[in-house]
Ligand binder design. Sequence first.
Ligand SMILES: Cc1ncc(C[n+]2csc(CCOP(=O)(O)OP(=O)(O)O)c2C)c(N)n1
Ligand SMILES: [Mg+2]
Length: 548
Amino acid sequence: MNGAELLVSALENEGVEQVFGIPGEENLDIVEALRHSRIKLILTRHEQAAAFMAATHGRLTGRAGVCLATLGPGALNLTTGAAHAHLGAMPMVMITGQKGILSRKQAGFQVVDIVSTMKPLTKMAHQILSPATIPSIVREAFRVAQQERPGPVHLELPEDIAAEEGPRIPLVPPHPMTLPVAHHAALDHAGKLIFEAERPLIMLGAAASRPRLAEALSEFVKRVQIPFFNTQMGKGAVADESGLYMGTAALSDHDYVHQAIDHADLIISIGHDTVEKPPFIMGPHGPKVLHVGYLPASVEEIYFPYSELIGDIGPSLTLLADRIEGKLPRAGALLPLRQQILARIAERAEESRYPLTPQRIVHDVRQIMPEDGIVCLDNGMYKIWFARNYRTRVANTLLLDNALATMGAGLPSAIMAAMLYPTRRVLAVCGDGGFMMNSQELETAVRVGVNLVVLVLEDNAYGMIRWKQDAGGFADFGMSFGNPDFIAYAMAYGIKGSRVDNGDALAPALEKAFASGGLHLITVPVDYSENTRVLIDELCDYAIGKGE
Ligand SMILES: Cc1ncc(C[n+]2csc(CCOP(=O)(O)OP(=O)(O)O)c2C)c(N)n1
Ligand SMILES: [Mg+2]
């Protein structure tokens, strides 16, 4: 058994079903071992997309996704995906090749110190030096990637170690892990804080969206009846039909949801990760924050909790609810603000203007997506609108990256979601800038045969930056570009393309595409004048009205 075969059986031992990537000649032993295994090799058209797909696998299942690349250039193409998984806490294992380490027959050709490159982008980066260590290193890689706080791990397998024959080394069986639950003294203290609060408010952050947490979290909110809001990456963690949803903090301040935040005297911050763009700015006179997390909070200028409840979040919250359920007469103190906040957010969502307003686009997408449908966003201006306006009912049904916030991840993550959930509707929403960063993956989507609709928002610009330019008083300069004919582009991949040509045509186009199955690309022109009208002028007037 050679090193590559041992590596692939160690991957099988971890339950890996697919490996995404682009091999190079240094990976050929691994490719050969994959050919004889149960694991599918899914080629992508850029390594970055393979990493985004593997990261999304980890995010949606809690089990690390695996991607593969060659040495040097291929490995370097994984780095943005590594950072996306690292900041976004998505379990992923990256495997890259390397020239032989026992001799240097090609001298320095294509050799880059990838392990050092990957170190700051991962939880662990290792070069494998002998086949004998493979079973334990692979087990350790998956353990590290999947345990809290999850993230990426990098393993480099040099080609001579991959080819080296040796005895069959026993694999290390994975075992289920039970995390420690918060200490009873911390639970008592947290219970006391909540009991004493006049106007408590729950915030659901990125870690609240861990797949295994959904049920316990919804149960906690239902039992304590305290209203909640979420960060962008905490969206969907508790169904907003609970009657307790107060909004999403897509901006850091001055949005309508901040009315509730500003009035709260205690924020129970569940799973907040400070990699996210701040959902609110803590200051000395604001509400107290109780941090509930798998791990202690990292203290920042704008986040410094008053108290912490650390441990496995689900069971800890169950114990907390046992202490306070039914004993909180002021639990709903902030609820009277709810209706007004949500009504303001919903304004103008049904206007027939053409090009379409972002509010209308979000509204129409919501109409067509079933409760469990998954919307995967790329990065652009529309992300703020979706985060703010899209109402989620099921955990992990609005996938967005508010951590690295990289462009180019929308399409690959949607392909992964569609592969994992073939019977659910999956929609990728991309700007015309971000879509073109990984649009070549349409071919991957065609080849793997997913049902997927890709919605491209056309403004012929890097709209988000153009808006920031405008908001910052800069001249409109350097942000516009031309686009290919997206319908012809779709046709070139053998998929159906269509263009929304009036203000009421988006929902029917989406419905038709989903109903007919397969892969579709729809383009819709977007009117971004709403960015300034709502997100600057209207919110500014609102802040002035409050006397700020
Ligand atoms: C890889 C990468 N490059 C640059 C940026 C900075 N950036 C954020 S949004 C944005 C514009 C996105 O344009 P587009 O995809 O067309 O979406 P729009 O805002 O126009 O809707 C840019 C350049 C980024 N986040 N990621
Ligand atoms: Mg654009």
